[in-house]
Design a protein around this ligand. Sequence first.
Ligand SMILES: [Zn+2]
Length: 89
Amino acid sequence: MITAPAPARHGQVRLFIEILVNGHRSAGLYKLMPIPGCPGSWRIKTQTGQEHQVHRAPNGTLSCDCPDAVYRARPGGCKHCRAIKAAGL
Ligand SMILES: [Zn+2]
């Protein structure tokens, strides 16, 4: 029996994440966009247009350029890094 190949599918996927801090919604939905050429690294943008970058090092650790990550040393990282980890991204 000869069957026709499955038709090619095209489209886009948009990935959003909601961050809860102490059980409360942080700042609405964050849009996630992969950083080309940096596997596991993301641009994370709020609905108000604020944007941060979460980079994954070759050893798997995440770093973020947000003020919380740059100026405070939190166990587990800033909310952006913790959200990326929690989502398994
Ligand atoms: Zn951050």
